[in-house]
Design a protein around this ligand. Sequence first.
Ligand SMILES: [Zn+2]
Length: 429
Amino acid sequence: MSSEKLIKDVSNKENISSSYNNNTPLVYTVVRNKAYDLTSFLDEHPGGRDLLILANTRDGTALFEGYHGAANPARIKTKLTELEIPIPSTYISDPNLPTFTFDDEFWLTFKIRLRQYFNGKSRKANYFKFFTWILSLITLYISTISFWNGEYWSIPVFGTLLWIVGTRSLHDGTHATTFNSPFVNKCVGCLGALHMNPWAWLHSHIYGHHIYSNIEEYDIDHDYIENYKYMNAWVRNLIKIPITAWWTSFFEAPLFEIYGKWPRQSASEFYDFCTKSEGMPYAFGNFLRLIFVLMYIIQPFTKLSEYGLIKTIIFATWPVTIHSIWEWHWTMPIHHLAENDRPKYVPGVSWAKWQVENTHDANPRSIFLNWLTIGTSNQALHHLIPGVDPVHFPYISPILEQTCKDFDVTYRYKDSAMELFYYFYTNQD
Ligand SMILES: [Zn+2]
């Protein structure tokens, strides 16, 4: 079927996102004002189908740039030429969406240096990461058994490992950085989605948070803070945010709530998607979370007569709270600049500059911190090249630092995690 025919087939539909779910074959994206028919390319795409579906009907330029920073430009150009189609009549470019530019010297130079660094080497996870991952899984297993036996020491260990193992799997799997096989990455992402609907995460994190970093109403993570603006910053961060995170993670996100003003798939589209074989891992991820709630939140109540009320409540709530504390007292400071310190968004700003200047690194060369924090200690690089596994970041950090110096871009980092916390909590309204 020709591209023109495909375009005609969908021209009467309200939007292509729905048309995808109605079995209409055209999946397309727009990159730098040119449209590309991805339909035949879905299964060939080295990053997998889902990242393409995420770009379906949208301006996918920022997604495209971020994930291809280290890729071979000649190969990409040949592929794009093959896939190019006229812009479909159904494509509506939303004038309210933030806009970026992608051809500035800073980004172009960084990409060249990055390719020189990799020079044919794999950008996926390495054996060190697999080794530490397996070690974390074994510790998680041991602490789970102790948790079921009511041993107090298991609570902080178990809560922390939920974050390290769960979030690492969800985060890196959905960013498709860990394995070569897109299907394995997807399964790992869904299996790790213990605290969030993986489909909602794909939209809110991979798309919303990463494309529109720190832009209010577009970057989902701000919603959690904005709700509590009336409170003292310390109280808000120490008490309210973990509680909100707890609530949103376990109750709202499972209900497919996806925040953000950018175009996104709805809950009914998610259900439609899950009925297709490619949506099954997402459905299974949701099912797993239910099991998880039963095992870790309901299980302590089955021991109520043995534990007594206080111990039961501690066991039912604290592992998840500790997970949330990691998520919100570590991830928030490092993903998001303190309120009083954010650059002002200007339409057409360099996308790469925006990503770097809106994120923080903590002790960016530390391999240990990189491992302990599942790579989140190197946010500037993660935002610039989300398709590269975080395990490489301590080694690439000097390249970023040098390129920032050369082009007068601010590379924000603190020498230690403590310094970063202090900065974050003392620079809020
Ligand atoms: Zn990410």
